[in-house]
Design a protein around this ligand. Structure first.
Ligand SMILES: NC(=O)c1ccc[n+]([C@@H]2O[C@H](COP(=O)([O-])OP(=O)(O)OC[C@H]3O[C@@H](n4cnc5c(N)ncnc54)[C@H](OP(=O)(O)O)[C@@H]3O)[C@@H](O)[C@H]2O)c1
Length: 258
């Protein structure tokens, strides 16, 4: 029987590429994001090309009751989620006190609360079925304080810490949790975060497909932390060894493109 993957943020970037990869591997899909048209076009193509089922559920995960409504809608369709991909997320670049408050609050809701609640809602059925794979998209920025992206960096540090702890908890249940930590990737992320001019996005970036393929492989292998790319792996190792104060200063220079 085909497994079903729920992918949030499947309307663009890494989530879109993940949907393509899951479909190629023969998994049925539940695709979630706000841009319904993107999801419908993707689902229609993936069904035709891969002979899978693909359901579209438009949903704004910044709304406090969104995760519960999404869960109830999936239960209403009598679907079981075997593979949960918490990919939806966004950032914001600038001096914290000048950034729009609502955008920070929405970011915390999407990047942290929705991700956490979806794990909480779908874990009981994974436990019952004695199988589950969860992929939470963190960031290489999760390992450092990120001046000028301070809230975003903190949300991703949460995702990393939460995923590592949860992975240990659910290991005996044949459920794995993977925190995927990409570096800067060629998606709509920089534009949404108004961070195109920051130093983070001024280097050659991998495609979303490269990051998604890596994430899929590590998720299915059950690896807990997966940092994409050699230069990010080196950076993360250095950040773990250096004093936090120096890491914060270095991140600040990188953010400014110095
Ligand atoms: N690109 C990078 O440099 C980079 C680096 C490290 C980590 N990441 C992480 O990778 C993940 C995917 O981002 P991406 O790079 O692929 O960027 P992207 O192209 O901007 O995709 C973000 C996805 O999240 C969805 N999303 C945003 N707000 C949402 C909301 N309120 N409700 C539901 N869905 C929402 C978007 O869909 P709608 O707009 O249609 O709702 C979109 O599908 C994010 O968690 C991001 O933090 C990205």
């Amino acid at each position: 029987m085909k497994q079903t993957a729920l992918i949030t943020g499947a309307s663009s970037g890494i989530g879109y590429a993940l949907a393509e990869i899951f479909a190629e591997k023969g998994h049925n899909l539940i695709l979630v994001a706000r841009r319904e048209t993107n999801l419908i076009t993707l689902a229609t193509r993936l069904k035709k090309e891969n002979g899978i089922e693909a359901y579209v559920i438009p949903c704004d995960l910044s709304k406090p009751d969104a995760s519960k409504s999404l869960y109830l809608e999936i239960k209403g369709l009598e679907l079981t989620v075997d593979l949960l991909v918490n990919n939806a997320g966004f950032g914001d670049f600038g001096e914290f006190h000048e950034l729009d408050w609502q955008k920070q609050a929405d970011m915390i809701q999407v990047n942290i609360t929705a991700l956490t609640q979806l794990c909480h809602l779908f874990l009981p059925e994974m436990k019952k079925n004695e199988y589950g794979r969860i992929l939470n998209i963190a960031s290489s920025g999760a390992f450092a304080p990120l001046p000028f992206m301070s809230v975003y960096g903190a949300t991703k540090a949460y995702v990393l810490s939460f995923s590592e702890a949860l992975a240990e908890e659910v290991k005996p249940l044949n459920i794995t949790v993977t925190a995927l930590c990409p570096g800067a990737t060629e998606t709509e992320f920089a534009e949404t975060a108004q961070a195109e001019k920051s130093g983070f996005f001024k280097r050659k970036m991998p495609t979303p497909h490269q990051v998604a393929q890596y994430g899929y492989d590590k998720m299915m292998a059950g690896q807990t932390v997966a940092v994409h790319g050699l230069s990010n792996k080196i950076l993360v190792t250095l950040m773990r060894l250096m004093p936090r104060k120096i890491v914060a200063k270095t991140s600040k220079h990188m953010a400014k493109g110095e």
